[in-house]
Design a protein around this ligand. Structure first.
Ligand code: 5GP
Length: 195
């Protein structure tokens, strides 16, 4: 998606450890119009799927997820990283190793918000090694909910997450696909390879 790629070129900063900093528009300050445009793209891609719920993980997945939920008029559920005192009910849980924070979190979702009748679109901001999305896939499996697919804003295609997801037969759509950070610059997967 050209709009997102242009914005990454303009505002993205490559940090050590293959981390892209996009605090201008996604991970700290949020460009709501850009988030809306991402959501329109996800809706186009998944329009025939009769989605009943968006599932994401706090915190940075919430912005693109909520815009997508708004357009589809379905609820947006986010997996929580810390158990809250208001969540006393039965929970679906998964272990997720955080790429950026290098810690393991148990993420959880209240059972009452995810049902076997649900058709779920998983959304997240970044895909690196796939641990966050894998945790969300496991939570859907625990609930016996159908996974329609995964929508990612920024995929780092040189890391293993994309393959991990596709190997499970789960549809993956990423709006910007980065092939490398060679010379501390962002290089995108060529359009021809994007098909
Ligand atoms: P994964 O679980 O796929 O290894 O990593 C995905 C999660 O780590 C995302 O939810 C995102 O929060 C964070 N993440 C991974 N890579 C990057 C990156 O290059 N930049 C930023 N800002 N976050 C990242």
């Amino acid at each position: 998606m050209k709009l997102l790629e242009d914005r990454i070129r303009e505002d993205g900063l490559v940090l050590p450890g293959n981390v892209l900093k996009v605090n201008q528009f996604l991970n700290h300050q949020i460009d709501s119009e850009l988030m809306y445009a991402l959501a329109e793209e996800f809706v186009k891609l998944y329009k025939d799927e009769e989605i009943t719920k968006i599932l994401t993980i706090e915190a940075s997945g919430i912005a693109p997820a909520i815009m997508t939920g708004l357009l589809l008029r379905v609820p947006v559920l986010f997996a929580r990283k810390q158990k809250s005192s208001t969540m006393n009910e039965s929970l679906y849980t998964a272990e997720v190793y955080s790429y950026t924070k290098k810690v393991k979190n148990t993420v959880s979702v209240d059972e009452k918000f995810l049902k076997k009748e649900d058709r779920v679109l998983i959304i997240d901001d970044f895909l690196a090694n796939g641990q966050a999305v894998q945790g969300l896939i496991e939570i859907c499996h625990e609930a016996h909910a159908d996974i329609v697919g995964v929508g990612i804003a920024i995929e780092k295609s040189f890391q293993e997450g994309a393959e991990l997801i596709r190997n499970q037969g789960v549809r993956l759509e990423s709006l910007a696909r980065i092939s490398s950070f060679a010379d501390n610059k962002v290089h995108f997967v060529e359009d021809a390879d994007n098909e």
